[in-house]
Write a protein that binds this ligand. Structure first.
Ligand SMILES: Cc1ncc(C[n+]2csc(CCOP(=O)(O)OP(=O)(O)O)c2C)c(N)n1
Ligand SMILES: [Mg+2]
Length: 362
């Protein structure tokens, strides 16, 4: 696979076109009808959850949130390939993979409500916390890969980053380390065309991002990130290669962030509606749905029914989270140090006095 899609020739692996027609038959992953429908339902679930979190944010019930809208195929395909003991090293926009690894909706809600407990991931095995310091997680991923190899474990690490993250030193250090030490790590760049308002052409003069693999002596491939079949094929191959050959891989998943960078961003300031419309045609759910409909595996009625079910369950869990989380003031002060230093203690006393004064005024 890697040889047939040489990043130097700017080739991109695709299986279905914008109308859900199979154009790369030899790359169609082996799947039963049920598995295909499940992949679509997983993407639909991520999209529904994502929209609902944005709406909770607009109601002032969660803080800043980075939407997954348009990028659902990547996280869902990753989740379908990662095994229980494999390591997921997230950035902050791959919800399908988090859910598949066992991160709960409540934890996602809590994190976005500002609670550190949201990162405990009680039922998820080998998942690192979401990483906002761009690209820093890749070094952790490379280190985990080294540990896997050193301890001779049958595991693989998958580490995510955005297109903007490829301009960070951490990205290059992680790939260099992984190349030299030959570690089983799959680096995934979600190239969603923007780093906040900065377009990808301002990040690099390279013809694509996958080609950066060459400088580090590892395999690299560019894949249509809005084509779930293509993503699955590439992840399956990369997983097997990383595991069997004990080598790192770089995957560029070519996609588009249909939503805002975060809920505090306004993309109309830096991109055109024409561009957005072009990418609407490549929407990952739209394409997969057209494919399923052609094969009589899906219908609008089914979609409507199941979306309502999802919404009810998401809302139920969100309300439960809202009702159970508590925010003791001392957490703000106690979180940073094992033993609180005196100046912080003084701040806490001062703040408590302020609150007493404030409450007395009510
Ligand atoms: C080291 C660092 N620098 C700057 C920021 C501020 N920041 C947050 S997201 C972002 C853009 C990231 O773009 P990209 O890597 O393409 O990921 P995307 O948000 O598109 O998924 C920046 C600059 C940060 N979080 N960390
Ligand atoms: Mg980006």
């Amino acid at each position: 696979m890697f040889d047939q899609f040489d990043p130097a020739e700017d080739k991109m692996l695709q299986v279905i076109d914008n109308n859900g027609k199979v154009i790369g038959k030899e790359w169609m992953p082996q799947l039963t009808n049920e598995e295909m429908v499940k992949l679509y339902k997983d993407m639909l679930f991520v999209r529904t959850l994502d929209f609902m979190i944005v709406s909770y944010q607009r109601q002032g019930r969660v803080y800043t949130y980075p939407p997954n809208y348009g990028q659902e195929a990547i996280g869902v395909a990753a989740g379908a390939v990662l095994r229980h003991d494999d390591w997921l090293v997230p950035a902050f926009r791959e919800m399908g993979a988090w859910l598949a690894k066992g991160v709960s909706m409540k934890e996602i809600f809590m994190f976005n409500m500002g609670f550190e407990e949201g990162l405990k991931f009680t039922d998820a095995n080998h998942v690192l916390p979401f990483s906002v310091p761009i690209a820093s997680q890749l070094l952790h991923g490379a280190g985990i890969g080294y540990a896997i190899k050193y301890q001779k474990k049958d595991e693989v690490a998958m580490a995510f980053v955005g297109d903007g993250g490829t301009s960070e030193g951490d990205f290059h250090e992680a790939l260099n380390f992984a190349g030299v030490w030959k570690v089983p790590v799959i680096f995934v760049i979600q190239n969603n065309q923007y780093a906040i308002s900065v377009p990808v052409k301002m990040q690099t003069a390279s013809i694509n991002l996958a080609i950066k693999s060459k400088a580090y002596g590892i395999k690299g491939i560019k894949v249509d990130g809005n084509d779930i079949f293509a993503m699955l094929t590439v992840f399956r191959n990369a997983h097997e290669y990383a595991r069997k050959e004990q080598q790192a891989v770089l995957i560029e998943a070519f996609t588009y962030r249909k939503g805002a960078h975060t809920t505090s961003d306004d993309p109309t300031k830096y991109r055109t509606t024409d561009e957005e419309k072009e990418w609407d045609k490549k929407d990952p759910l739209r394409r997969m749905k057209l494919f399923l409909e052609k094969n009589n595996l899906w219908s609008d009625a089914e979609e409507e029914r199941i979306t309502e079910e999802y919404k009810k369950e998401i809302d139920r869990q969100f309300l439960e989270t809202e009702q159970t989380v508590q925010y003791p003031l001392e957490d703000v002060f106690k979180y940073m140090y094992e033993e609180m230093p005196q100046d912080l203690r003084n701040q806490q006393i001062e703040h408590e006095k302020f609150l007493q004064w404030k409450n007395a005024r009510k």
